[in-house]
Design a protein around this ligand. Structure first.
Ligand code: AMP
Length: 358
């Protein structure tokens, strides 16, 4: 399919969390239907989508029915099993494409890819077995962070190493899984670029946001980020380089460490990103609509920032602050409809507009 989708078409979304939910709302605004594929019961995206398939990613028959029911397939998380993609591939376009998933599913592949593009990443070394770890520590030095190559998110599957004696314990702590040891980056702050690329190859980046993490989980994103004009341009250019190299279609989050020596890419996420939620109140076209436009083959929209915004994640018991937040001026609430409150669980977010640009 190369023609743009017309309203009434159905966008299939793999994954039914809050990102899928907000993608579905954006799709509905453009007249599209959405069909969520999610193994878990009662997914947040299911509350606002037209159709939900509840099935495992190894259920070939369910995947085939899903593919037949949609016009294009996108996803809200990167760890979709390869076997599921094998079933879907060829039946409907998958956007962003499989290469983006292959690269972002494995931290080692991702770092090799970024390095080959000439983009700075923290010094890193592959760790397959515990003995590799001593060599890796000699290579990258300490302090360092051991991260599992696959399936880590929100600081999970990561352990910090400050002295060589901690190697064995650290490797046990990550479940003795194939990992990457990376040097601890002495950053001044963290930013991210939310970048979009259309089917025709046009690129539009949102203004970078400044991110603060607590316990490995994003706590706040603030725009504008503290960046010089040169750094802002560098950040946007490196994101564009990544998207072009992948012939990417859709929105990507590029997480960046700002150091005194320059910008270092931490990781890329081939999907809409938590640090792009501020765009809902800061831009005419937010990251969710931008992603839907791209995967539908539409032109990208105007993502120029017209406000200063602070996005705050509501994590776990933070949800109890909703009655108070609901009374605050210039504050927009986005709640995910999750019933069970768990520590570390993202329940919603609040976007506070701190100033509207003239
Ligand atoms: P990640 O899951 O890789 O996005 O890491 C989560 C957070 O841990 C990052 O946003 C940083 O705050 C911190 N972090 C991860 N890797 C490094 C590193 N190499 N050096 C310093 N801090 C890091």
């Amino acid at each position: 399919m190369t023609d743009p989708l017309t309203p009434g078409a159905t966008i299939g979304i793999l994954g039914g969390g809050q990102l899928g939910r907000m993608l579905s709302v954006a799709a509905a605004r453009l007249g599209f239907k959405t069909h969520i594929y999610e193994p878990g019961a009662n997914p947040p995206a299911g509350h606002v989508a037209d159709c939900v398939t509840t099935a495992d990613y190894n259920d070939t028959a369910a995947l085939e029915v899903f593919a037949a029911a949609v016009d294009v397939i996108t996803y809200e998380f990167e760890n979709i099993p390869t076997a599921a993609l094998d079933v879907l591939e060829g039946k409907r376009p998958i956007r962003p494409g499989r290469e983006s998933l292959r690269i972002s599913q494995d931290r080692l592949t991702e770092k090799d890819f970024l390095s080959d593009l000439g983009i700075a990443v923290a010094p890193y070394k592959n760790v397959e077995v515990v003995n590799d770890l001593q060599d890796a520590m000699a290579h990258v030095g300490t302090p360092a962070i051991l991260k599992t190559r696959r399936l880590g998110y929100d600081g999970k599957g990561q352990v910090r190493i400050t002295a060589s004696g901690q190697a064995e314990q650290a490797f046990s702590d990550v479940g003795k899984a194939p990992s990457v040891l990376e040097a601890f980056v002495d950053f001044t702050h963290e930013v991210s670029v939310i970048a979009a690329r259309s089917l025709g190859g046009d690129i539009a980046c949102f203004d970078p946001g400044e991110n603060v993490h607590k316990d490995g989980i994003l706590a706040t994103t603030t725009v504008p980020a503290r960046l010089t004009s040169a750094q802002r341009t560098d950040a946007v250019l490196l994101a564009a380089k990544i998207l072009n190299a992948l012939d990417y279609v859709g929105v990507m989050g590029v997480e960046i460490f700002v150091t005194k020596q320059g910008l270092i890419v931490n990781e890329i996420a081939p999907r809409v990103h938590n640090s792009g939620h501020w765009t809902q109140q800061g831009c005419t076209v937010d990251q969710f609509e931008q992603h839907i436009r791209a995967v539908a083959g539409w032109p990208l929209g105007d993502g120029t920032r017209y406000a200063d915004v602070v996005m705050e994640n509501l994590i776990g018991e933070d949800i109890n602050r909703v009655p108070d937040l609901a009374q605050q001026a210039n504050t927009s609430l986005h709640l995910y409809g999750k019933v069970e409150v768990k520590p570390g669980r993202k329940m919603g977010h609040a976007n506070r507009v701190t100033s509207v640009l003239k």
